[in-house]
Design a protein around this ligand. Structure first.
Ligand SMILES: Cc1cc2nc3c(=O)[nH]c(=O)nc-3n(C[C@H](O)[C@H](O)[C@H](O)COP(=O)(O)OP(=O)(O)OC[C@H]3O[C@@H](n4cnc5c(N)ncnc54)[C@H](O)[C@@H]3O)c2cc1C
Length: 368
């Protein structure tokens, strides 16, 4: 039997572990301490098609990642508390910008059906679809947009993998240059390592003599509870120049998120940022000013200097796989990366057309 250690139980590690554990020829161990995890702090938006980012590899990966959710929902039996396809509304302050977005969505619809239906909406139509908001901007609606609960998703995938024999070790670990995982005085050797530690990749690899192009970005968001409002099955709203509004069941509305590049790995909520999020959200939902804050979530995103995610083999001979740099769209790109790495190990063949999705790993990680 071949042995695999997955380091990091965020969205990449949990998806990889889920698929790896289905192969009865593999003995899988997941190491994760959840500290600073981006996945459990994330807003949950899956809707890459209206992004104006020019990076083609990023778009290919994000679009394939959004499409891949259909398979993940089926494979892992995800219910509506974990994944809900309720559409996305993106607003713009002027009509020319709305037309631009509409044209972009229509051209992208040629390549992926996952976008679903694309519609232009007036402010009144937005209020009709999204009765919890006051809106004076028009926008675009795409029915394929979805929202996920990152924490519930990884818990679900990990417990399904444990049901297939995976062992989970809830500790922070180190690794050696010899495929060993080091926990205190104990060293365990594995046939394969999958490194998916999010923003902490530099911390994991620097002691082994690697230079790693990953930096941390702090993200904060607030979950409010609205009483007397039905928030079930509402779309996500992404207003221009304001924070996103993500309604979940039972009156929960998430407003997020901050992108703080100068706070390192700090995980403390800060009053200023929480006030700004509340103010931004209350421009559309005035009740937020008096609503109960049920949670403030803080996580650390990992970014590369070209803002692109990457994945592949770190050391061809030793079978060490690595993925990172998912930035602010990692809920969208994470599952497909995890699946491709799992297939690579199971079938011992690199994914087809890998260069369409990622630059080579040595663009971001170099031996000193
Ligand atoms: C506030 C916020 C909002 C966001 N909103 C969205 C969104 O709406 N849509 C979207 O697509 N993306 C969003 N993102 C981005 C997305 O959450 C991340 O890109 C993605 O979750 C990263 O996944 P990951 O598996 O690479 O890392 P993580 O989720 O960070 O997981 C890494 C795990 O590895 C563990 N770990 C690290 N080092 C070790 C070690 N040495 N030993 C053991 N365990 C270790 C960590 O504790 C952590 O649990 C958001 C992020 C934040 C912070």
């Amino acid at each position: 039997m071949r042995t695999v250690a997955v380091i990091g139980g965020g969205i990449i590690g949990a998806t990889a572990a889920y698929y790896l554990a289905q192969d009865s020829d593999l003995q899988v161990t997941l190491f994760d301490d959840s500290h600073g995890q981006a996945t459990k702090a994330a807003s949950g938006i899956i809707s890459p098609w209206l992004s104006k980012r020019r990076n083609k590899r990023w778009y290919n990966l994000a679009s394939a990642g959004a499409e891949f959710y259909e398979q993940l929902v089926d494979d892992a039996n995800l219910d509506e508390n974990i994944y809900e396809q309720t559409g996305t509304i993106v607003t713009r302050k002027d009509d020319a910008a709305v037309d631009d977005l509409y044209n972009l969505a229509m051209s992208r619809l040629q390549d992926t059906k996952a976008i679903g239906t694309v519609k232009k909406l007036t402010a009144d139509e937005i209020e009709a679809i999204m009765p919890i908001v006051n809106c004076d901007e028009s926008g675009i609606y795409v029915s394929g947009g979805a929202k996920i609960n990152g924490q519930k998703l990884v818990n679900h995938l990990i417990s399904a993998a444990e049901g297939n024999g995976m062992t989970t070790v809830k500790h922070r670990v180190k690794i050696s240059n010899n495929n060993e995982v080091i926990l205190g005085d104990e060293r365990s050797k594995f046939d394969y390592l999958v490194l998916a530690p999010g923003a902490f990749l530099k911390e994991l690899l620097t002691p082994l003599g690697y230079e790693v192009d990953i930096r941390p970005q702090k993200g904060q968001l607030v979950d409010f509870r609205l009483t007397d409002k039905n928030t079930d099955r509402l779309p996500v709203m992404m207003p221009e120049s304001e924070n996103d509004i993500i309604p979940f069941k039972d009156g929960i509305v998430t407003i997020g998120a901050t992108h703080e590049n100068d706070q390192g790995f700090d995980l403390e909520p800060t009053e200023n940022e929480i006030e700004e999020l509340t103010e931004s959200g209350s421009k559309f939902i005035p009740e937020l000013n008096s609503a109960t804050q049920v949670a403030i979530r803080v996580g650390t995103r990992g970014y590369t200097s070209d803002f692109a995610p990457f994945f592949g083999k770190l050391t061809p001979k030793l079978n060490v796989f690595v993925a990172g740099g998912l930035g602010s769209s990692g809920l969208t790109t994470g599952p497909i990366i995890g699946k491709k790495i799992a297939d690579w190990i199971i079938f011992q063949t690199a994914p087809q057309a890998l260069e369409l999705f990622t630059k080579p790993v040595d663009t971001y990680i170099r031996s000193k």
